[in-house]
Design a protein around this ligand. Structure first.
Ligand SMILES: CC(C)(COP(=O)(O)OP(=O)(O)OC[C@H]1O[C@@H](n2cnc3c(N)ncnc32)[C@H](O)[C@@H]1OP(=O)(O)O)[C@@H](O)C(=O)NCCC(=O)NCCS
Length: 175
C-alpha cells in the first residue's frame, strides 16, 4: 500500500463493516502480539485471537460510559482502514484514561500514528477526559516520540524496559 504523508487520517467508529476491514488488516499486516493479548504462545494469529479481536471491539461500542468503560476507533488513512486506537477510562472518575494504538506494518513511518494520537487526544478532551496515560517500551522509539511530542512525560524505563507515560490535564489541545 502506498500512503503519502498528506493522506487524511481519520478515526472512525468500528461498525461491522469496519471491523471486517480491521480484522483483515490485522491478520495480514500486523503482529498478533501488537493487537491482542498473548493468547497464542508463539505470537502467531489464531482463531482464538481473531475471535478476541472481534469481541473486543464489539463490546466497546458502548463507549467510556458503558460496562467496559472503554471506546475504540479504527484508524483510516487515505480511505483505507490501517489500525485502531483505544481509550480506556481509569478505575475512578478522576484517574487518567489510558490510550493505546496499533497500525499495520505497511502504514508505519508516515506520520499516521502521530496524527491518530493527536485525534485521539481531541476525542478524549471532547469526552471530558483530562489526564491520559500510556504504556510502552524503551525500545519503541516511534511510540515514545509520538507520546512526548503530544505532551506526555515519560518515566525512566523499568528493569524490564517498560515505560509509563502521562499527560497532565493542565495541557490544552491548542498546540
Ligand atoms: C507505534 C506506532 C503506532 C507508531 O506509528 P507510526 O505511524 O509508525 O509513527 P509516525 O510515522 O507517526 O512517527 C512518529 C515519530 O516516530 C519516528 N519513528 C517512526 N518509526 C520509527 C522507528 N522505527 N524508530 C525510531 N523512530 C521512529 C518518526 O520519525 C516520528 O518522529 P518525529 O515526530 O520526530 O518526526 C506504530 O509503530 C505501531 O503500530 N507499532 C506497533 C504497536 C505499538 O507499538 N503501539 C504503541 C503502544 S503505546
Amino acid at each position: 500500500m502506498t500512503l503519502k504523508r498528506s493522506d487524511a487520517v481519520e478515526l472512525v467508529a468500528v461498525d461491522d463493516a469496519v471491523l471486517d476491514a480491521l480484522v483483515k488488516v490485522a491478520v495480514e499486516d500486523a503482529s498478533a502480539d501488537d493487537v491482542t493479548p498473548p493468547l497464542t504462545a508463539d505470537g502467531s494469529w489464531s482463531d482464538e485471537r481473531v475471535a478476541w479481536l472481534r469481541a473486543y471491539h464489539r463490546d466497546r461500542r458502548s463507549g467510556l460510559a458503558g460496562p467496559c468503560r472503554e471506546r475504540t476507533w479504527a484508524v483510516r488513512a487515505g480511505g483505507t482502514i490501517v489500525g485502531a486506537v483505544r481509550l480506556a477510562a481509569g478505575p475512578t472518575g478522576d484517574a487518567a484514561a489510558e490510550l493505546g494504538i496499533w497500525l499495520a506494518r505497511s502504514t508505519r513511518g508516515r506520520g499516521v500514528g502521530a496524527e491518530a494520537v493527536r485525534l485521539l487526544i481531541g476525542e478524549a478532551s471532547a469526552s471530558g477526559v483530562a489526564a491520559l496515560s500510556a504504556s510502552t517500551r524503551e525500545s519503541n522509539q516511534a511510540a515514545l516520540r509520538i507520546l512526548r511530542s503530544a505532551g506526555f512525560a515519560t518515566d525512566q524505563p523499568g528493569p524490564d524496559g517498560a515505560v509509563e507515560a502521562r499527560r497532565a490535564p493542565a495541557r490544552t489541545e491548542r498546540a
